[in-house]
Design a protein around this ligand. Structure first.
Ligand SMILES: Cc1cc2nc3c(=O)[nH]c(=O)nc-3n(C[C@H](O)[C@H](O)[C@H](O)COP(=O)(O)OP(=O)(O)OC[C@H]3O[C@@H](n4cnc5c(N)ncnc54)[C@H](O)[C@@H]3O)c2cc1C
Length: 420
């Protein structure tokens, strides 16, 4: 049966999910002059995009060398090679700059809008859609679909069907479900015959057995080293910023280690050793302490600690080193100094479990990349279906890599569906 394009809601391309990947995909299709509709279940587009980078939107990472960028994504990164070469960090920076969003590069090559407002990024994408005459349906979700002869015929909203020549699914993952990302697309893809790679919360804060982290709640360390151990064996390590919370540890380096930690928890007890003085090795730090103690012999230990540590850590340092807070520095024994050194270089937490999807930055796993063409994002199972963004089994560390995955795959899917 052929579809009467006059009487049906008919489009060249229908894009399901109005996050960064879906907006980029739909915008590109519209720019190519095709009739496109973007369907988003929230009453607004890009709800998650607005909260990225603590509301500042770390929109990409200024790693312009393709290989270096791809290496950051792990084994599956090579899937991105083609779409990243076509529309990578320099192209997305250019995209926003040309539309009036000036960008800046911060520590770790993180790219942000100069305004520090994610809303400027979102508004630019919404303008991109509107200026190219994309139709937008808000506040209605896709509840079902019809596949015939390995092609999607239509997707179904509560009270109507949307027919299209091609469909792009960009429904995101399961993390931060309050933003609309509830894993619907995973179920749809599976129902269509796609294999799903096991999903789990990634870039996620970690709960610890030790309750002393509660006393440090809100304390952020800018230059710490966190090293992960299982059974006394070093597994991985990161240097940078971390945060203590009421339940355990968080912040960029912990989030980046979390994926590995979640996997390692299956093997045994996972501990994280925090080096509070990573710039000084053991002997150098020991020499510094000895020198400080010799030049301040009559100073109380408790009055010396603020020179060494953030104020919030002082009670813990006293407790863990076991040194009497009013002991004079000149009388601190070698043994006591060693305990202080141990605290400064090897403060250890034991991971009990990762926090859940509620506060995970991304979902790891998703639509199996083996069943998707990396050049076009086209499904190898359903001939008129394309995927973009977090729905794919592809993720990266913090630093703008995950949004770049959305821009590259969204652009590739839009380009392929739009030229079809
Ligand atoms: C707190 C936080 C901070 C982050 N900060 C950064 C950062 O600074 N830099 C970075 O690179 N990454 C960051 N990320 C990750 C980044 O936000 C995601 O990788 C990105 O949003 C994924 O985009 P997406 O378009 O694939 O999916 P989403 O953004 O999840 O969008 C999917 C959309 O599909 C809609 N949808 C779902 N099901 C249906 C349905 N059945 N019908 C219709 N619509 C549907 C949803 O409502 C949603 O709007 C952050 C994530 C979080 C949670």
């Amino acid at each position: 049966m052929s579809i009467n394009k006059e009487t049906h809601d008919y489009f060249d391309v229908a894009v399901v999910g109005g996050g960064p990947a879906g907006m980029m995909a739909a915008g590109r299709v519209a720019e190519l002059g095709k009739k496109v509709v973007l369907i988003e279940k929230n009453k607004v587009l890009g709800k998650k995009l607005l909260i990225t980078g603590k509301g500042r939107c770390n929109l990409t990472n200024a790693t312009f060398d393709m290989k270096e960028f791809i290496d950051k994504l792990g084994k599956k990164g090579k899937f991105l090679f083609s779409s990243l070469s076509e529309f990578g960090p320099s192209e997305i920076i250019d995209f926003f700059e040309k539309k009036g969003v000036k960008t800046k590069i911060e520590r770790g090559k993180r790219v942000f809008p100069v305004s520090d407002r994610s809303k400027d990024v979102l508004d630019t994408l919404v303008d991109y859609l509107k200026q190219n005459n994309a139709s937008i349906i808000l506040g209605e979700k896709i509840v079902d679909f019809k596949v015939k002869n390995k092609k999607i015929e239509y997707v179904e909203l509560k009270n109507r069907k949307i027919y299209a020549d091609s469909f792009i699914f960009s429904t995101g993952g399961k993390s931060y479900p309050a933003t609309g990302s509830t894993g619907d697309g995973y179920n749809f893809a599976q129902k269509m015959g796609h294999k799903l790679v096991n999903t789990f919360p990634a870039l996620v804060p970690l709960k610890t057995r030790e309750s002393w982290t509660k006393g440090l709640q809100g304390l952020s360390l800018k230059n710490a080293r966190a090293t992960v151990f299982v059974g006394g064996k070093k597994q991985d390590s990161r240097f940078g910023e971390m945060l203590f919370t009421h339940f355990g540890v968080s912040g960029p380096i912990i989030l980046d280690l979390s994926k590995k930690v979640v996997e390692l928890l299956k093997k045994g007890e996972v501990t994280i050793q925090i080096d509070l003085k990573p710039a000084l090795d053991y002997p150098t730090l020991d020499k510094r302490l000895q020198k400080d103690f010799e030049t301040n012999v009559n100073k109380d230990f408790i009055n010396y600690l603020p020179d060494l540590l953030p104020r919030k850590m002082i009670d813990l340092a006293v407790q863990m080193s076991g040194i009497d807070p009013h002991k004079k520095l000149g009388t601190i024994s070698r043994e006591e100094r060693k305990k202080l050194l141990h605290f400064l270089k090897e403060l250890t937490v034991t991971v009990s479990e990762p926090m859940g999807y509620e506060i995970a930055v991304i979902t790891s796993g998703g639509v199996d990349l083996k069943e998707v063409d990396p050049r076009t994002m086209r499904s190898k199972i359903i001939s008129n279906l394309f995927f973009a963004g977090e729905i794919l089994d592809l993720d990266g560390p913090t630093g703008g890599f995950n949004l770049q995955i959305c821009w590259s795959t969204g652009y590739a899917a839009g380009e392929a569906a739009g030229y079809k």
